[in-house]
Design a protein. Structure first.
Length: 275
């Protein structure tokens, strides 16, 4: 099939907005295009028009599969281990030294590996029961996976290596049971976590947090959407609270970057310093 044109991508984003109320018009065009191209191949659509027709049919099940494909869900436990060392050794001790209980938001939590990483870190610091964690994602199917806490065993080698490099104090197998090629995570770790659907594009702040992790999500947004989402995070943080983004992301180009200071430039940790 021929390469997709900008006009076709616009047709698609208009349709997704009008029919399903999901606005992808400010997603970074190049990766959005790659994902659509992938869907065309995966579902063996021979023309772009046949994909449009399928979506026009308002097939909810297909739409949700489409949504899962469009939003990149790749994740790991203790992704970027040096970030988790920074959290364990500096960020979390500082926040807990100033607060008895803290609120953490994982925005774009995908299948939950990041949430388990946080819960394990807090457990090992003896602080899990003092943290209230909310984990959100646009994609209901991936949120269900996060709730299930079942990870393909083939992923656990990398996860365990990350955990070790992230200065975990045991071995990762302490936290899961292996059965039938799958790792069943210890659900006690996340028994108090609230998982909920939340779309960063269209929804507003819903609570206040001491720490927000939004890692490897805004990389798929264009500058204007990054600005918009950063305003939501700014509103969702208490003053002098922390925001962590992915290692390839940065706040410095955003409109309200002057309301944040850099805590750790390597690990992309920022602090809200102005209301
Ligand atoms: C690459 S994963 C990142 C997962 C994890 N934070 C990490 O760093 O490993 C990106 C996640 O962002 C979610 N996402 C994409 N667009 C979103 C939006 N508008 N609102 C909320 N979540 C979104 C996707 O569904 C996906 O699960």
């Amino acid at each position: 099939m021929q390469e997709l044109e900008i006009g076709q991508l616009r047709t698609l984003t208009d349709l997704l907005k009008s029919r399903f109320d999901y606005d992808f018009s400010n997603y970074a065009m190049s990766s959005f295009k790659r994902r659509v191209q992938r869907i065309l191949e995966l579902y063996k659509f021979t023309t772009f028009e046949s994909l449009v027709e399928k979506l026009e049919g308002s097939d909810e099940k297909f739409f949700h599969e489409f949504l899962s494909e469009i939003t990149v869900n790749v994740t790991e436990m203790f992704r970027d281990p040096s970030f988790w060392v920074e959290l364990r050794e500096n960020i979390l001790p500082t926040i807990f030294s100033e607060n008895r209980n803290i609120n953490i938001w994982h925005a774009g939590c995908s299948s939950g590996e990041e949430v388990y990483s946080m819960a394990i870190t807090l457990q090992e610091m003896g602080l899990l029961d003092r943290a209230k964690i909310v984990a959100t994602d646009i994609d209901l199917a991936i949120l269900q996976k996060a709730k299930d806490g079942v990870i393909p065993i083939k992923n656990m080698e990398l996860n365990a290596k990350n955990y070790e490099r992230g200065k975990g104090i045991h071995t990762l197998d302490k936290y899961y049971k292996e059965q039938g090629g799958k790792a069943y995570m210890d659900k006690n770790l996340v028994k108090d976590v609230v998982y909920r659907e939340h779309n960063l594009v269209s929804e507003v702040a819903f609570s206040k947090f001491d720490l927000i992790l939004c890692r490897n999500v805004m990389i798929y947004f264009n500058q204007s959407l990054q600005n918009q989402v950063l305003k939501v995070f700014h509103e969702s943080l208490f003053k002098y609270s922390y925001l962590a983004v992915g290692s390839k992301e940065s706040l410095i180009w955003c409109e309200i970057s002057n309301k944040f200071s850099i805590v750790n430039n390597e690990e992309k940790v920022y602090k809200k310093v102005k209301d």
